[in-house]
Design a protein around this ligand. Structure first.
Ligand code: DN4
Ligand code: BGC
Ligand code: ZN
Ligand code: ZN
Length: 359
């Protein structure tokens, strides 16, 4: 579609006062989006599955798009020059103690905003202004389009920080001081699941990703390249055969599936809940599930978003993986689309890992 200026959803207007903070027209850097990734959150907003999303104050629409790779067009900042490549931060701080120390990802009162999600317009637009302190520079030119994976990768880096903090409550590693032989199960086979699988392998976990149907050839090949095992739970409902999951990461938001696997977690196991799906069917937690969790010191933790430090680490991981896996990593971007390819928000293309819009 020609002349598309922005996408929008019809989320209801929220009540938080966030006047004069829209990123349309304020900032010392003018940016042109090159690529915008789309993810489960965007589809959740467009399909009314995420009630926490809301429009900026005074608007009856929300420009979506939070996974952006941009080029600097003009800059009044000494941190950026025209031509630089940058990724904008999604979350913008409020005034709570966590927000004030640069950790709005751990906001204590919910009074923060997220570009393209909660009360702040996003990056699916032909250009916008932002402040340099909201931008992370992509310095490695070899990353190219893969820079668009910085934003989804930063969530994974933060979740592993949560894993590290929680795992320190007991001795978690094996008797040789590594995680070799420890089992990580990631529920889901979307982009976040593949990024979790990559980092899980880096940590040394024997890594499994799971769905309740077979996955396409490109995804099977990617599992092979990353040394990750795929489990089709509709065929293999005995996986794993005993309570042996040391790290469970959920990207599905499906409570029945999550607690089905919490029942199979090992002593001192850690479950990180990450996927959100308000439309998921009700799941059941029994007394014996609670018994299992308590008696084994299992921790269930939620993890959302990430801070600037995780964007920087995400870029480092992407550069490392690019060297390690070469062009296989490029295949994480499974499709390039045009602004106006609206079906993309309603239906996942076959074999999708990361679909991106090229501006
Ligand atoms: P996605 O590509 O929709 O990934 C969800 C995955 O879960 C897909 O592969 C689904 O398969 C799969 N799935 C759904 N239900 C089940 C089930 N019952 N058993 C096994 N697999 C299942 O989305 P994404 O990768 O972009 O994001 C993953 C989730 O994380 C989304 O819910 C996002 O809203 C959430 N998210 C959270 C944060 C954060 O907390 C950041 C980014 C995303 P299929 O249905 O496609 O076959 O910061
Ligand atoms: C974004 C996060 C955000 C989360 C919930 C995700 O898609 O990557 O930055 O916190 O959605 O709104
Ligand atoms: Zn996203
Ligand atoms: Zn806060």
């Amino acid at each position: 579609m020609e002349n598309v200026k922005a996408y929008y959803s019809n989320a209801p207007v929220g009540g938080i006062d966030f006047k004069n903070k829209n990123i349309n027209d304020q900032g010392n850097v003018l940016l042109k989006p090159l690529l915008t990734g789309i993810c489960g959150t965007d589809r959740g907003i467009v399909n009314a599955g995420l009630s926490f999303a809301y429009n900026p104050e005074g608007y009856n629409f929300l420009v979506i798009g939070h996974e952006s790779l941009c080029q600097v067009i003009e800059s009044e900042s000494n941190q950026f020059k025209s031509g630089d490549i940058a990724v904008p931060l999604v979350r913008r701080p409020g005034n709570c103690p966590n927000c004030l120390i640069g950790r709005p990802d751990n906001c204590s009162d919910g009074d923060k905003h997220e570009a393209g999600i909660t009360g702040l317009h996003g990056f699916m637009r032909e250009e916008f202004k932002d402040y340099d302190y909201n931008l992370v520079k992509v310095a490695d030119p070899s990353l190219g389009d893969l820079g668009v994976l910085t934003e989804p990768t930063k969530n994974v880096v933060k979740a592993f920080e949560v894993f590290e903090k929680v795992s320190s409550r007991s001795v978690y590693h094996n008797s040789s001081s590594t995680l070799e032989g420890k089992k990580a199960l990631i529920i889901g086979t979307g982009s976040e699941a593949f990024l979790y699988a990559l980092l899980s392998r880096d940590y040394g976990f024997e890594t499994y990703i799971l769905n309740r149907h077979p996955i396409e050839k490109n995804k099977m090949e990617m599992c092979q390249a990353f040394d990750v095992n795929f489990v089709n739970s509709s065929e293999d409902n005995d996986f794993p055969d005993k309570s042996s999951i040391d790290l469970l990461i959920d990207t599905s938001g499906d409570p029945g599936t999550v607690f089905g696997f919490v029942r199979k977690m090992n002593y001192n196991g850690i479950a990180i809940l990450f996927g959100t799906n308000e439309k998921a069917p009700v799941g059941t937690v029994t007394g014996s599930d609670i018994d299992h969790i308590v008696e084994r010191n299992i921790t269930i933790a939620g993890s959302v978003d990430a801070a600037r430090i995780h964007y920087i680490k995400a870029l480092n991981y992407l550069s490392k993986w690019k060297k390690q896996y070469g062009n296989v990593l490029n295949d994480m971007i499974t499709g390039y689309y045009k602004p106006g390819d609206l079906d993309l928000f309603r239906k996942k293309p076959d074999g999708e890992i990361k679909s991106v819009i090229r501006w």
